[in-house]
Design a binder for this molecule. Structure first.
Ligand code: ADP
Ligand code: MG
Ligand code: ZN
Length: 182
């Protein structure tokens, strides 16, 4: 990771490889001798509580925390050169401030999150994180309907709450045309 890219952000729909990419970048940092610490929001209870896990079952040890400020508190008390954050869209409004402050203190940040919710609306603080990031990669999945590149997450159930934890039974990746069809 270059000095210029101290805050790397990975976004995209579900199944686009965000967690896989996050894990790869964190492991690369680890291999160069950096101390890495990985966080995930406590409310994401899918899979393990103490790891981030990709849909293809790759995983990395992580700490579940209740809010963004807890990242800052943990890093003030423990050594870390690179901080990983998965499911960044689920954190509160403090996350951009926390990332900016950590970067100022010389910590590298690699975060991943959904850029759009199931209504195709901006998800949490991701728009602010995109503005803040030194490097932003938007990943695409494969449309579950037609096989085209997919930038949208389609909810297959009729639940209306924005926060609905789920997997393939509840969500699929879709291209714009298939997303609009419903
Ligand atoms: P994300 O964190 O973005 O949800 P993951 O990194 O956990 O994604 O998982 C990506 C993996 O999911 C892919 O490598 C692939 O094996 C699998 N996958 C399942 N459905 C799809 C899809 N529709 N498009 C792309 N990958 C998919
Ligand atoms: Mg993921
Ligand atoms: Zn499609």
């Amino acid at each position: 990771m270059s000095e210029a890219a101290r805050f790397t952000l990975i976004t995209g729909p579900m199944f686009s490889g965000k967690t896989t990419t996050l894990i790869r970048l964190l492991q690369e940092a680890q291999h160069t001798g950096k101390i890495i610490v990985v966080f995930k929001p406590k409310k994401d209870t899918r899979y393990a509580l103490d790891a981030i896990v990709s849909h293809n079952a790759v995983q990395l040890k992580a700490i579940s925390i209740p809010n963004a400020q807890a990242i800052f508190r943990y890093i003030s008390q423990n050594p870390a050169q690179v901080v990983g954050i998965d499911e960044a869209q689920f954190f509160d409004a403090e996350l951009p401030n926390v990332c900016a402050q950590l970067r100022k203190n010389g910590v590298h940040i690699i975060a991943a999150g959904l850029n759009k919710d199931y209504k195709a609306q901006p998800f949490g603080t991701i728009p602010q994180l995109i503005t803040l990031a030194d490097n932003h990669t938007e990943l695409l999945a494969i449309c579950a309907q037609c096989g085209a590149k997919a930038a949208y997450t389609y909810r297959k159930t009729s639940q209306k709450a924005t926060f609905l934890l789920g997997e393939k039974e509840s969500y699929e990746a879709r291209c714009k045309a298939c997303f609009k069809k419903h």
